[in-house]
Design a protein around this ligand. Sequence first.
Ligand code: AMP
Ligand code: MG
Length: 330
Amino acid sequence: MRPSAQSDTFLRITHGIAPADAAAIARAAELLRAGRLVAFPTETVYGLGGDAGSDAAVAAIFAAKGRPRFNPLIVHVPGLTEAETLARLDDRARIVAARFWPGPLTLVLARKETSGLSLLASAGLDTIAVRAPAHAVAQALLRAAGCPVAAPSANRSGRISPTTSRHVAEELGDRVSLILDGGPTAVGVESTVLDLTGRVPELLRPGGVTLERLREAVGPIEIAGRGGEAAPRSPGRLDSHYAPERPLRLDAWQARPGEALLAFGPDEPPPGFAEVLWLSRTGDLAEAAANLFAMLRRLDRPELSGIAVTPIPEEGLGRAINDRLRRAAR
Ligand code: AMP
Ligand code: MG
């Protein structure tokens, strides 16, 4: 779906979308240092960034998203050196960081008392989630800002994460000082969240780095929620999330009246769907992940009665895709 030239101009003027050139990145860094909020592209989804050392900026992020205060934020840094100033890393954490940073992996670590981070970012926990994103614009922005940047996905709480600057403008346009446009994001699902504070690493959220690759690097990993623990360690994970307004039906194959289909793989879908979009015709999970959120948005229209999705294999990036779809279907 291409926006018309006219509506595109409208969004650019009213919501401050700027192509992420050197001047815009410098301006965004200045805004962050002044305590303002800036949306920027990462390889996963667009983030809503604020100075992680400023209580006011972090509070503004929670307010802009309508995010519950018990759901902690991910703090973004250029790399391992900066992460070491915020959190305690052991050998295991350093191995994982060396292997997957910069990239779509968030590590939950013990927060250093000298971190200077706003306690709000941790939502009352003594841990902090840290990530070094790979996107060139995110890297340039973090280096220019010179401060750790708290940045959840740049959507209203409970809604689908944005994979284009236009999605951000639709969700949060009036709540953010500047939106850096770096084109559609390449990975398309959020980062993997790995908790390294316990004896055995625990996967809190499947995401852009697959469980298979993480297990290769660190050996056994527990999957959060499987152990039947009383309190979830990743507080935001209980919410219904990523939700389109239309009902979503998983592992579907037969059409219901007025329904659209999100298809995966080469098989021709049966007739009867009002509209069909392919996550990936070739069955490529990376392509499907990159398409997922934009396609859910495109199909979330009042004239459609619902969105059906064909089965997606529970392996590699398929875990992250199915996780988001199950939450959206709740
Ligand atoms: P978002 O930035 O919106 O993609 O969400 C960040 C995810 O990381 C949420 O699921 C949080 O609950 C989780 N998270 C952030 N910080 C922590 C932490 N200190 N401990 C456990 N989970 C965290
Ligand atoms: Mg989010």
